[in-house]
Design a protein around this ligand. Structure first.
Ligand code: HEC
Ligand code: HEC
Length: 350
């Protein structure tokens, strides 16, 4: 019985084998030709962005998010967009010490860059938003920023036929609501990444990627300056909150994360900002009080500003003038690529 069966299936199998082999080759070819999971591009030196299950990547959504990000009509009086304070021409940060919203509304904090915010477990200087989706709702309705309301945004966008088509493509339905607006904007932000800096190329094994001066600066960043205790590779942040003594003088200082947690240890503590592209995001610190990297280094060299909650890791550094120059040269080696092609759209949906 056994041999019988073999004889029966034998020729069949024999005939199928070449077909199976060809099929296998075709599948291998197709798999190899297919680009990696879209939205999972990874600039050199960075992790892949993890997209939340509730807001998966698709190209139409990212493109819609880009339009919304640059669209001033989302603000109450049509004068302010996300890009007004996070302009790609300024490395997605704001060159003004504090941002100015509709009707000249003036906040108290400097706008951080949106670059690499995809990796941040906390948004805002005090970390009060846990996701980009949650974060984007803030400025749309903040009276000092875009001053709109959820329904205001929805009504404006519903009255623009060109957006219906775009929402259809992005979400499979033309329905426009505030949740989808923030999902699209966040999807766009998750593609605004900066890596592939000289530092990343150096780490990847290119010994010539850093100049001698930058290499000395790296040494100071890690040892004498103790910077890497908080500005941890690869994003140059520990995603924690520290009081380094910025803006602690005066009668009513910004209490930072304390306002949110009410823990004394958070008094005057702010999120450690990532340092990628830092040479392009002046002015610095949560209040935009330091104008240049030179001023920042002098601030650390002095030991910050002593106050009742100064982080134990902050103290006088006794850097030489050469140390300071080297350190700044190293910070410039963190300027990356991957985002310069992101520009304002030439036209917006009508
Ligand atoms: C009027 C200026 C202004 C506008 C308009 C504005 N922002 Fe901001 N943005 C800021 C300021 C200031 C902060 C810091 C506020 C804080 O930490 O309390 C901030 C913080 C952020 C952060 C957190 C970054 C981090 O590292 O913590 C993100 C992301 C962001 N904004 C994205 C957006 C998006 C998206 C829009 C449009 C929907 C927008 N912003 C509109 C000024 C603005
Ligand atoms: C104890 C943790 C800690 C250490 C150590 C530390 N930093 Fe910071 N750094 C921070 C925090 C927190 C902020 C934001 C403070 C604020 O705005 O109140 C910051 C802000 C900065 C900024 C401004 C970035 C921006 O976008 O505004 C630069 C530049 C910087 N640090 C560089 C350095 C350098 C260089 C060193 C070493 C000499 C260093 N840091 C050491 C925690 C630290």
């Amino acid at each position: 019985m056994q041999p019988q069966r073999w004889r029966r299936t034998g020729p069949l199998f024999g005939g199928a084998l070449p077909i199976l082999v060809i099929l296998g080759l075709v599948i291998t070819y197709v798999v190899r030709r297919t680009p990696p999971v879209a939205g999972a591009e990874r600039p050199l030196g960075l992790e892949r962005v993890s997209w939340p299950a509730s807001n998966r990547y698709n190209q139409a959504k990212v493109e819609l998010g880009r339009l919304l990000y640059f669209d001033r009509r989302l603000s109450l009086d049509g004068t302010v967009s996300c890009a007004s304070c996070h302009d790609p021409r300024n490395a997605f940060a704001d060159p003004r010490p504090v941002s100015i919203g509709v009707h000249g509304g003036r906040g108290t904090r400097n706008a951080p860059t949106v670059l690499n915010s995809a990796y941040s477990p906390f948004q805002f200087w005090d970390g009060r938003a846990a996701s980009l989706e949650e974060q984007s709702l803030g400025p749309l309705t903040n009276p000092l920023e875009m001053a709109n309301t959820d329904t205001g945004v929805e009504q404006t966008l519903r009255a623009i036929p060109g957006y219906g088509v775009r929402f259809q493509r992005a979400f499979g339905a033309a329905e426009i609501n505030i949740d989808r607006v923030v999902m699209a904007i966040s999807a766009f932000e998750r593609t605004v990444l900066s890596g592939n800096s000289p530092y990343d190329r150096y780490k990847e094994g290119d010994a010539n990627a850093l100049t001698d001066q930058q290499f000395r600066g790296l040494g100071i960043f890690v040892k004498k300056g103790q910077c890497s205790q908080c500005h941890v590779d690869p994003l140059f942040t520990d995603h924690q909150f520290h009081n380094i003594g910025v803006g602690v003088e005066g009668d009513s200082p910004d209490v930072g994360r304390f306002q949110f947690t009410r823990r004394q240890s958070d008094w005057g503590a702010f999120k450690t900002p990532g340092l990628r592209d830092v040479e392009k995001t002046a002015p610095y610190m949560h209040d935009g009080s330091l104008r240049t990297l030179e001023e920042v280094i002098d601030f650390y060299d002095r030991g910050g500003t002593p106050n009742r909650n100064l982080d134990a890791r902050i103290g006088p550094l006794r850097l030489t003038p050469r140390d300071k120059k080297d350190l700044i040269a190293f910070l410039r080696a963190l300027t990356g690529t991957g985002w310069e092609q992101v520009r304002a759209p030439l036209s917006l949906p009508q």
